[in-house]
Design a protein around this ligand. Structure first.
Ligand code: FAD
Length: 376
């Protein structure tokens, strides 16, 4: 058992850190405010071989490990969380489902456009009547000759107004076993998007509508019996969520630590107050605990797909740590922490959002505990 990053991993981490500082820091924290998608940063990531890190070289990826992707997304998040969304889309999101489950057509037609940073694909799972219970989804797909016809709607689609493709989870028949997914291009007839809405962090999301939407059947990712496989790959996305959460916690902690040394009240730096020191100790403890839960899940996943148990533990731990650390960092900053002129309120809102996005790890863990299952 080795708790250190290897020499290669440390060199890689430092190079991504430098790239992020050199290219992404100037416009960091402005993208959501200006409602722009950082396409220019997507191109920089692609040029520097930071898209599809874990995707095999024969499919156009970098042939690296999930740990490499985690190291990189954490460094980028700490400089520019919105560029980390781009990295998430190009490494952890529905792109992984095409890489793991896609046919030759999808790998040749769609994957290169995602890897080059030309466009993104989003996961279209949530529906008005199917949130935590993705098993209840109502969007349907039926084969019609060489095409598949989709009907239904999706909500909360992150960056859906910018995406060129959607990984649409749908039913090909009755019951959960009939669930699968179709990759739908934004140009498909019968497809439309709702108005742009916002989460409390300023991140945008849109509703997606499929009204006899037709695509060639080559775009089917998984038809019946796809649910379990789709979910296994979705655990990669959850580890991206967990990694960004942990990075936000680290950033908030570093900001808080610096502030306690610089800010003076009652004629001394506030780091000298024991109440503040205890807060910092608890923040640090939670960060270190979450790091090892996350890294364990990721190292195990590099031997295959992440297990549902490890990903749930990692997501739950990192989400709660990020929310806690950002909350305490805001308190330590006083009025500056609350002001939207400073990044902490944004970081808190992002961390809070990640607790809801990607489903309910605690529910899964409760079910596993109740069944006495190990699921390894
Ligand atoms: C920032 C953000 C980004 C998102 N991006 C996307 C995206 O790109 N694509 C996409 O498809 N979706 C996305 N979502 C939607 C997200 O997946 C859903 O919000 C989430 O799955 C919860 O579903 P819901 O909102 O319908 O809440 P519900 O499922 O209605 O849950 C309501 C409440 O009930 C609780 N609850 C539900 N079931 C149980 C249970 N069994 N036991 C105990 N409590 C329970 C929940 O914890 C919650 O507190 C995003 C959400 C957020 C916040």
């Amino acid at each position: 058992m080795d708790f250190q990053l290897s020499m290669e991993q440390r060199i890689f981490r430092d190079s991504v850190r430098k790239l992020a500082r050199d290219h992404f820091s100037q416009k960091a924290f402005t993208w959501d405010k200006e409602d722009k998608y950082p396409w220019e940063n997507a191109k920089i990531l692609a040029k520097n071989e930071l898209m599809g890190i874990r995707i095999p070289e024969e499919d156009g990826g970098q042939g690296g490990t999930l740990m490499d992707a985690v190291i990189a997304i954490m460094e980028i998040t700490k400089v520019c969380p919105h560029t980390a969304d781009v990295f998430q889309a190009g490494n952890f999101g529905a792109i992984q489902q095409i890489a793991f489950l896609g046919n030759d057509f999808l790998k040749k037609e769609v994957l290169p456009k995602l890897l080059s940073g030309e466009t993104i694909i989003t996961a279209a799972m949530s529906e008005p009547n199917a949130g935590s219970a993705v098993t209840d989804l109502e969007t349907t797909a039926r084969f019609d000759g060489d095409e598949v016809v989709i009907n239904g709607s999706k909500i909360f689609n992150s960056n859906g107004n910018h995406a060129g493709y959607f990984c649409v989870w749908c039913r090909f028949g009755e019951g959960v076993a009939s669930s699968g997914a179709v990759i739908v291009p934004a140009t498909a007839p019968g497809f439309s998007r709702g108005k742009v809405e916002r989460h409390m962090s300023g991140e945008n999301h849109v509703a997606l509508y499929f009204d006899d939407c037709r695509v060639a059947k080559d775009y089917v990712l998984m038809s019946e019996q796809g649910f379990k496989k789709l979910f296994q790959v979705f655990n990669v996305e959850r580890l991206g969520n967990a990694s960004r959460s942990l990075a936000v916690a680290e950033l908030a902690y570093e900001m808080a630590l610096r502030h306690t040394r610089e800010r003076h009240q009652f004629n001394r730096p506030i780091c000298e107050f024991q109440g503040i020191q205890w807060k910092l100790a608890d923040m640090k403890l939670r960060i270190e605990q979450s790091r090892w839960v996350l890294f364990k899940a990721v190292v195990e996943a590099d031997r295959g797909l992440p297990s549902a148990l490890d990903s749930s533990l990692a997501k739950l731990s990192c989400n709660e740590t990020a929310e806690y650390v950002c909350r305490e960092a805001i308190q330590i900053h006083g009025g500056y922490g609350i002001s939207t002129e400073y990044p902490l309120a944004y970081l808190y809102a992002r961390a809070r959002g990640w607790m809801v996005a990607g489903g309910l790890p605690r529910r899964y863990l409760a079910v596993v505990s109740a069944n006495g299952r190990q699921n390894r």
